[in-house]
Design a protein around this ligand. Structure first.
Ligand code: ZN
Length: 297
């Protein structure tokens, strides 16, 4: 018996495990359930090669596809007080934050990434929320980061493009988190007062406090296909109004039909669309003799 359990069984198990495919080579599309080869899927900007489902992409994966030659500069977020309320739920907030930072993409410290570089030969500032970092929740760091991005855009006479992806305010920062609604609104105002374009790309999901502030204040709103965009979730609304909600409620295409967004643009068309829109909104002559006709694709 011992020989069977101690020798034969582990050998058999080893044989079976060895044959398994390494997990990081393939993944399954959550929508059509087809298998995707990770390298193809990454080259396709994390959009399903079979059904076109747009998965949630993290900022550092997205940015190279936006800027000219994939080159950009990352800007560190301003330092803010960590855990000012000494908040504790099932875990202390400072511990939770440190854990999230340890898992964050290299060079990023909170749910916002600010980058600048040339897009269609024109200096552009991009701020992208990271849903992978505590659900893209907006606390002081995100608010300060957005103010910094706006100041950067004004200083460089550059358009500001924001990619939103958020579950809302960061609960652990309480009222300080809510204050970012006004802070970010003022930041957007600065860009507009300087006469510079402010464009928002709404990605899945854009909800809560972010959709109640800077994400809905763009000169132009673009949405990625089939993204959830709204303030409160559909279940909450359904329970409140006690009515069945229409199909596709709070999805990009529904919002386009009802005038809340200006265009639904697939991810691989975003770069050229953004360049075209910025060119339409900005006087091409103010760009230091460089881009009378920005390079298209
Ligand atoms: Zn699919």
């Amino acid at each position: 018996m011992n020989w069977l359990t101690n020798f034969v069984r582990p050998k058999l198990r080893a044989l079976v495990t060895r044959k398994e495919t390494p997990e990081n080579l393939w993944l399954k599309c959550p929508k059509c359930e087809q298998m995707l080869f990770v390298r193809d899927w990454e080259a396709n900007q994390e959009v399903c090669n079979h059904c076109g489902h747009h998965m949630r992409i993290r900022p550092l994966k997205r940015l190279p596809f936006l800027f000219d030659d994939g080159k950009y500069e990352l800007h560190a977020l301003p330092k803010v007080a960590l855990d000012p309320l000494k908040f504790r739920d099932t875990e202390r907030y400072d511990a939770r934050l440190k854990k999230a930072q340890a898992k964050a993409e290299p060079g990023t410290t909170d749910a916002l990434v600010v980058a600048s570089g040339l897009m269609g030969n024109r200096t552009t500032v991009v701020a992208a929320l990271d849903f992978g970092f505590m659900g893209g929740s907006m606390g002081t760091a995100v608010g300060e980061g957005l103010v910094m991005a706006a100041e950067l855009a004004v200083a460089r006479k550059a358009p500001l493009i924001v990619f939103s992806a958020s579950g809302g305010a960061r609960m652990q920062e309480g009222i300080l988190s809510l204050m970012q609604l006004t802070r970010t609104t003022i930041a957007v105002r600065m860009v507009k007062e300087a006469g510079l374009p402010y464009i928002v790309v709404l990605t899945d999901p854009t909800t809560g406090g972010v959709s109640a502030s800077f994400a809905m204040l763009g000169d132009i709103h673009i949405a990625e296909p089939d993204a959830i965009i709204g303030f409160a979730g559909p279940r909450v609304i359904q329970d409140t109004i006690r009515q069945e909600l229409p199909a596709g409620f709070q999805r990009s295409e529904y919002l386009l039909e009802h005038g809340m967004v200006d265009a639904v643009v697939p991810r691989h068309k975003l770069r050229e669309t953004l360049i075209r829109m910025v060119t339409l909104l900005m006087d091409p002559l103010i760009v230091d003799n460089r881009s009378l006709a920005p390079a298209g694709e």
